[in-house]
Design a protein around this ligand. Sequence first.
Ligand code: R5P
Length: 314
Amino acid sequence: MRDNLKVFSGSAHPDLARAVCKHLDIPLGASHTVRFTNENLKVRIDENVRGHDVFVIQPSCPPVSDHLVELLIMLDALRSASASRITAVTPYYPYVRSDKKDEPRISITARLVADLLETAGANRVIAIDLHSPQVQGFLRVPSDHLTARSILVEHFRKRSDLDRWVVVAPDAGEVKDAAGFAKRLGVPIAIVDKRRFGDDEDARAVHLVGEVRGKHALIVDDEIATGGTVIESAEFVMREGASDVSVAVVHPVLSGNAMERIRSSPIRELVVTDTIPLPAEKQDPKITVLSVARLIAEAIARTHDGRSVSELFE
Ligand code: R5P
């Protein structure tokens, strides 16, 4: 049944692709990327893919633009090699935060990426926890928007003292997802009213809706980049009387000096997933990494077999 299924990886996160293949019980497809002295990339697919159902796993992570171009070249190479269907699997979607025209004369780059994926040869796209749902609408090819939040919920459900926990949304944009998280854990929710005063950092908490006094606050978010949002919220809920702070996010972008800031923050633990690889310098005893490999493998198997993917989340 899985005879014509193949999974390939770009250079972004081969460990995740290997783990997905392990769940699917198939070998990782052979390919290699060469970087010429003039910085041009060449991808060669090292095995036959003619008539195959092919999936390419490549999240966005540094160097972001190189990994995007490598993905586009892989899709094009697979199309030229006569794969029958090609799915781009982007566990962390490239340029996902560039999803609206909120300044004059800027590009909605997440939409441009959607066009590029299609132009390069993607017949389908699988993504995980997009920063905003409208990004899925940028894709004109069929797509599946998976969520890894259940993996985070299951992790925290095992805590024995959940009666003293409260889920905290660190900004208004996170309220809906945080409410779902809280409902599934059976705990109350609180909301931090956050304002961002610059492009990069300076997210400031200004009000709190709900009660955190004496509680273990669990801040949830889709991603952690500079750490500004969750650190500001953590310090704010501690000032409001929380006894402890944990953080759960899907995508550990951890840009700039985010790790140093987290180490010296009141955050007791940071639970993330492996949609993005965590290089050695970002690893820390405060961080727990949960794998999305099984989730991706299940979505690939269902797509390949023509079974429902949404049933995964029912
Ligand atoms: C914002 O809308 C997002 O949900 C995250 O809160 C944000 O992307 C995190 O960025 P940073 O860690 O730089 O505050």
